[in-house]
Write a protein of this length. Structure first.
Lengths: 115, 223
């Protein structure tokens, strides 16, 4: 993973627009958040291999960045994005790592399903 | 430590074995007891990826698979099985399917002792679901064939509700293996291990006690 850069990520979002894509979208505070701090309300969600099409996507900042994908009848949204990578399968992997380096949010877009 | 004929360890995540029981496993290996470790998932949804991150959500499982193998080698586990479930989803599997899967492994391996998590007292939903399936699978066996269950618990209320653990193994004789197992799970323990080693060097009594003493509750099944 590399620190996210608006220009590079925007280019990838454009590349993957207007076609069937699979997404992995996740937020997490870890399974031990409430165990470590009882006052912490643990929450999180993930969806893996939702098949969507988006008309256009945009990354905006300052760092940490936000990403929105506009669909025909809805939206995909992620905030807290700090890192990105295009993997060997051409999938765009976006992630937000917190101040300790732990993953807090992920948005991944690929033209083939995630394993 | 009593010599066992065959040990079966069942945990849901790579590294679950490292913190609380790797010394006990290494001690059984040293005693000549064959060990099977069934690990349900590859910890696919872990949050630790190094700082700065050296892997990502998609490459993490491959890295953790290798780390699991390395940790198993470090403590001498020869029969390591990865069961192919997915991190954070164990509690949503069909419980009957999970119980039967555990039952089939127990029937094949025929352990004299099983180490797993104490259902309801193990914090992570995958831990509780794994422990519950193992306990239920053992309950369904004829009484005379049942292996012993030594379970790990670490919920805040475990001492209040279960009492003090009735089994405490001092594993100082195999501390190097335990540290090696912790280190093998590099993506998860990188920062922690540096801290542990520093405290060990200073002979910090709390850290030594935490590492040296592995605690279990024996689980008795009525009828």
């Amino acid at each position: 993973m590399e620190p996210a850069k608006i220009e590079s990520v925007q280019k990838e979002l454009d590349r993957l627009a207007k076609q069937d894509v699979f997404i992995h979208l996740e937020t997490t505070n870890g399974a031990y958040a409430t165990h470590n701090d009882e006052s912490f309300f643990s929450s999180g969600a993930y969806i893996r291999n939702a098949k969507i099409q988006y008309e256009h996507g945009k990354i905006t900042g300052p760092n940490p960045f936000r990403v929105g994908l506009k669909m025909d009848i809805g939206w995909v949204y992620a905030e807290g994005i700090t890192h990105y990578e295009v993997d060997e399968k051409g999938r765009l992997l976006l992630a937000g790592h917190d101040f300790q380096g732990k993953l807090a949010v992920a948005l991944e877009i690929g033209t083939t399903p995630f394993e | 430590m009593e010599k066992e004929r065959q040990l079966l360890v069942v945990f849901p995540h790579p590294d679950d074995e490292a913190f609380g029981v790797s010394g006990t496993i290494a001690s059984h290996v040293k005693n000549g007891t064959p060990v099977t470790y069934a690990c349900l998932t590859l910890g696919e949804m872990g949050r630790n990826m190094g700082n700065p991150p050296f892997c990502n959500r998609e490459s993490l499982p491959k890295i953790r698979k290798q780390e699991l193998q390395d940790a198993a080698n470090a403590i001498g586990i020869q029969d390591l099985r990865m069961l192919g479930y997915r991190d954070k989803t164990v509690e949503f599997e069909d419980p009957e399917k999970l119980i039967q899967h555990m039952g089939a492994i127990i029937e094949e391996v025929k352990p004299s002792l099983i180490i797993s998590f104490y259902p309801g007292y193990s914090v992570h939903p995958d831990h509780d679901a794994t422990g519950a399936a193992v306990v239920e699978a053992v309950k369904r066996m004829p009484k005379q064939e049942r292996p012993k269950l030594n379970l790990v618990a670490f919920a805040k209320n475990c001492i209040d509700e279960l009492g003090e653990p009735d089994i405490v193994h001092n594993i100082s004789a195999v501390m190097p293996q335990k540290i090696a197992a912790l280190k093998a799970h590099k993506s998860q323990t990188q920062l922690m291990v540096a801290n542990v080693e520093e405290k060990l060097k200073q002979k910090d009594p709390d850290m030594l006690a935490w590492l040296e003493n592995e605690r279990f509750w024996s689980y008795e099944i009525e009828n």
